[in-house]
Ligand binder design. Structure first.
Ligand SMILES: CC(=O)SCCNC(=O)CCNC(=O)[C@H](O)C(C)(C)COP(=O)(O)OP(=O)(O)OC[C@H]1O[C@@H](n2cnc3c(N)ncnc32)[C@H](O)[C@@H]1OP(=O)(O)O
Ligand SMILES: O=C([O-])CC(=O)C(=O)O
Length: 381
């Protein structure tokens, strides 16, 4: 009897595996909403802290709720001595995403409530991670520059405090605003690879720290969050804006993936790119520096060449990568900044997964050897 082979959905492309009330991409209007609000409007009118609250609680905070939320977040920012010691023991050669992954794992090992999967416990853990991850990222960047960590400042907002901990100063409000916009745009994107990873781990009823540790591992890859760093390496490799077209032709001929372009869901452009590109343009304009102009010209030339030749549009990592460079961050810090933002989306999905959990366990179509006898001494020739 012949059986019809099952349909294979490699990469789960096009497969709908569950429902979510957190965010959605609306293909018809090429827009993205968080809890029903357009991300462009959130980026324009609300702080990143308000967006975090919205993702977790389903509604924007009123002034009193926001004040309480900010007070709790600010109080949780400092690292204890054991975490600071752990950071100094990790090799300076490892990627900062390894540091972040290790730190989250360590937070879990230290937390006596690690295995408490109630909503209240998971909300508390989520806030702790939101508050502490920037402190880890900033301390690690400074360590790599041979500098001592700077303690968080509870008087500063989330974005401002991160600049303060990295550089000891807070840049002009326009720069902080561009950074905050990037955090809002990066916060959540439905069942992307790292969020789905977090949901898979959560579906086994493992703990939140384990799910986030795994998600960081998934985000690190250059086909996902790691692309924002890869964009900057690629721009540095090309160098001269006049080389963009020829470089692209050679790269495409050798079947290289062009970093910061293409997307599994958006096939006509990422809904978040226009607003991030506007923020990047403002950074370029205020710099008024020939080196910045060269990079911006190269960035635009490569984008034009890719869209013209392949019809493939940039994703959020394309403008964000250059924006983070212009803000003064070291390239290996770009994907950790993505984590500082996406921790909100991941943890919203972890609690949503637990609210209607089913073990995530797909099937595979076997294409290995037919069943055969194990050779034994008696059967040997
Ligand atoms: C925040 C984020 O995570 S956004 C994504 C960040 N990642 C990147 O920027 C990495 C570069 N981009 C890519 O590798 C891909 O576009 C992905 C992984 C993001 C999406 O991949 P998929 O949905 O699987 O699309 P897929 O790989 O099937 O692409 C379809 C076609 O477009 C081509 N293509 C897609 N993106 C690119 C790219 N960036 N460079 C060159 N070709 C590309 C593919 O080679 C493929 O061509 P083919 O049909 O001739 O083989
Ligand atoms: O949705 C995806 O596949 C990747 C992405 O853009 C994101 O996670 O922000």
């Amino acid at each position: 009897m012949t059986t019809t082979p099952p349909e294979i959905h490699r990469g789960l492309a096009g497969v709908v595996v569950d429902t979510t009330g957190i965010s959605t991409v609306i293909q018809e209007t090429n827009s993205l909403t968080y809890r029903g609000y357009a991300v462009q409007d959130l980026a324009a009118h609300r702080s990143f802290e308000e967006v975090a609250y919205l993702l977790w609680h389903g509604e924007l905070p009123d002034p009193a709720q926001l004040a309480a939320f900010q007070a709790r977040e600010r109080a949780l920012r400092p690292l204890d001595r054991s975490t600071l010691e752990l950071l100094t023991r990790l090799p300076g050669t490892c990627h900062p995403m390894d540091v972040l992954r290790t730190a989250v794992s360590f937070f879990g090992a230290e937390d006596p409530l690690e295995d408490d999967g109630t909503l209240a416990a998971n909300r508390a853990k989520s806030l702790t991670l939101l508050a502490k991850l920037p402190t880890v990222v900033a301390a690690d960047q400074r360590r790599r520059r041979g500098l001592a960590p700077i303690a968080p400042d509870p008087e500063l907002g989330y974005a401002e405090n991160f600049f303060h901990m990295c550089f000891g100063t807070v840049p002009e409000p326009e720069v902080v605003r561009c950074f905050e916009i990037s955090l809002t745009l990066y916060a959540e994107h439905s069942f992307n690879a790292s969020t789905f990873t977090a949901r898979v781990v959560t579906s086994t009823l493992s703990d939140l720290y384990s799910a986030v540790t795994a998600a960081i591992g998934a985000l690190k890859g250059p086909l996902h969050g790691g692309a924002n760093e890869a964009v900057m390496h690629m721009l540095n490799e090309i160098g001269d804006p006049r080389r963009a077209g020829d470089w692209l032709d050679e790269a495409l001929a050798s079947r290289r993936k062009i970093m910061g372009f293409g997307h599994r869901v958006y096939k006509h452009g990422d809904s978040r790119v226009p607003i991030m590109q506007e923020a990047l343009d403002r950074l370029v304009a205020r710099a008024a520096d020939p080196e910045v102009t060269r990079l911006a010209t190269l960035h635009a030339a490569l984008r034009h060449a890719m869209v013209t030749r392949k019809g493939i549009h940039p994703n959020l990592d394309y403008p964000a990568g250059l924006a983070y460079h212009l803000m003064g961050f070291d390239i290996p810090v770009f994907t950790p900044i993505f984590v500082m933002s996406r921790i909100t989306g991941w943890t919203a999905h972890i609690t949503e997964q637990l609210s209607h959990n089913a073990l995530i366990r797909p099937l595979a179509s076997y294409d290995g050897r037919e069943q055969r006898p194990v050779p034994t001494a008696a059967s040997a020739p």
